[in-house]
Write a protein that binds this ligand. Structure first.
Ligand code: CA
Ligand code: CA
Length: 476
């Protein structure tokens, strides 16, 4: 029998060993993060109900066990400014990144920005990415190509973007006259669709998902922050034929529109809308085919997401990985006679957001509170128990994961330029343009934002509150 002294020494050695192990792996028990960003994905994902015919079984299945944010909005309705704000935690009005050509690292005061993955790395995480996470601005960059954001991830496979392209001769066969668009319009080069006879495994989005799937098969001695960007349903809508086969073009339901919708949006809003393209699509009988092509590309994106989620399911990390699925902004397919993004209306500003936290098993819910993608950075910081980063523009929505019905009254700010902003509250959307023109929509009675009620005298107080809120959210 051991003496009391011997026992005491034994216990002491065990305690010392345990404390050394804890110090060596400070965040060993911290949850992993799997962030999936789907480019140009609007709320047509099945679980979000934006289009009754969408086929997105994989994201729908994840929604079944997640908190689904039904009113999530981007900070900017365009790739680069939206992603920059989400990944830096700073609003476009803070960094002044409003377009696709600026890289935040080249702007004074933001050279040493600690991005979301960098903050996780600084706090003991391994970081990796595949596909498009940061945008790649093509401006007068000092940052070498591919200008993702060198240094943000420890390992990254950016890869090509999208599916395999069809032969040149097979492209642009829809009879659309692109001369109706300004010569500078990017849609001239990208507004096309076709099913391509190619196996999923040979497409680039699938390979982005596969890279992340392989990462999940490996053994990691630290918690990880893994990001995967899926490029479709971004234009051009080339995807494997099997996803086009899911939809019968003649049976496709079109978005509801009001012919006179642009009459009350003011001159700047009216110019932003691509009415010429919409009229041309209607004239050439292509509206249903284009809607069907977007849905086919959404289904293909969903399959790529599913491939990655299957890998998570089969991995050792299922019970300790927070999963976030999001778009970077929405997309119009004829609403307000507009095609594409980059407007301040609901279709551009709204995007799906799902957060699955395995520690809250069985507590799936729909959260109808207004949240913003600017909130993702502080939310993940809180969920993973990292020290609060106090200079971020967003606020953690972690409390909404536990109580989706909490009172949450901060309107979501979406900005298109220095003087072009929108605020979305649970009931209203407010928009202001550089010429001072304002729009106000009451979602309680007008979910398609058809009737601008800004000039209605009974809304004077509502407008005043929004103007005040705008000044409060934009840093001087
Ligand atoms: Ca985008
Ligand atoms: Ca209208």
């Amino acid at each position: 029998m051991k003496s009391k002294v011997e026992k005491g020494v034994f216990v002491l050695i065990i305690m010392m060993y345990a404390s050394v192990m804890i110090a060596k792996h400070p965040a060993e028990k911290a949850p992993n993060v799997l962030l999936i960003m789907v480019d140009d994905m609007n709320d047509w994902v099945g679980a979000f109900g934006g289009h009754p015919q969408a086929i997105t079984p994989h994201m729908d299945a994840l929604a079944e066990k997640s908190v689904l944010f039904s009113k999530a909005y981007c900070s900017a309705p365009l790739c680069n400014p939206s992603r920059t704000s989400m990944l830096t935690g700073y609003l476009p009005s803070t960094t002044q990144v409003f377009g696709n050509s600026e890289h935040f690292r080249e702007l004074e005061g933001f050279e040493n920005t600690v991005t979301l993955p960098q903050y996780f790395h600084a706090n003991g995480y391994k970081t990796a990415a595949s596909g498009k996470i940061f945008h790649s601005p093509r401006g007068p960059a000092k940052v070498p190509k591919p200008q993702s954001d060198p240094g943000s991830f420890e390992q990254e496979r950016r890869g090509g973007l999208g599916a395999t392209y069809p032969d040149q001769a097979d492209r642009f066969q829809h009879g659309i006259n692109f001369d109706i668009l300004p010569p500078s319009s990017h849609l001239r080069k990208s507004f096309d669709w076709l099913g391509v006879e190619v196996p999923d495994e040979q497409t680039q989005d699938w390979q982005s998902a596969e890279y992340a799937a392989q990462f999940l098969k490996e053994s990691h001695d630290k918690p990880f922050f893994l990001a995967c960007g899926i490029f479709r349903p971004h234009l051009p809508w080339y995807a494997p034929q099997q996803y086009f086969d899911l939809y019968d073009v003649d049976q496709i339901e079109l978005p509801k529109i009001l012919a006179t919708d642009l009459d009350d949006v003011g001159s700047i809003g009216s110019k932003i809308a691509q009415k010429e393209l919409h009229d041309e699509l209607v004239r050439t009988g292509n509206w249903q085919a284009a809607v069907s092509a977007y849905l086919a590309n959404l289904s293909y994106a969903d399959a790529c997401v599913g491939h990655l989620l299957d890998a998570l399911q089969a991995s050792d990390y299922l019970d300790n990985t927070i999963v976030v699925v999001m778009g970077d902004h929405g997309w119009h397919l004829g609403e307000k006679s507009h095609w594409s993004k980059n407007t301040l209306w609901e279709e551009s500003a709204k995007t799906p957001l799902l957060i699955y936290d395995p520690r809250q098993k069985g507590e799936a819910a729909v959260c109808e509170r207004v949240v913003s993608l600017i909130d993702i950075y502080p939310t993940l910081v809180e969920l993973c128990g990292l020290p609060t980063k106090s200079d971020l523009d967003g606020q953690s929505i972690a409390p909404l994961l536990k109580k989706p019905n909490l009172t949450w009254e901060r309107p979501a700010l979406t900005s298109k330029d220095k003087k072009m902003h929108s605020l979305r509250s649970e009931r209203y959307r407010y928009i202001v343009y550089p010429d001072g023109f304002e729009e106000l929509y009451d979602h309680e009675v007008d979910p398609m934002e058809w009737n601008n009620i800004a000039s209605d005298k009974k809304n004077i107080k509502v407008l005043a509150n929004f103007r005040k809120e705008l000044s409060a959210q934009i840093k001087p």
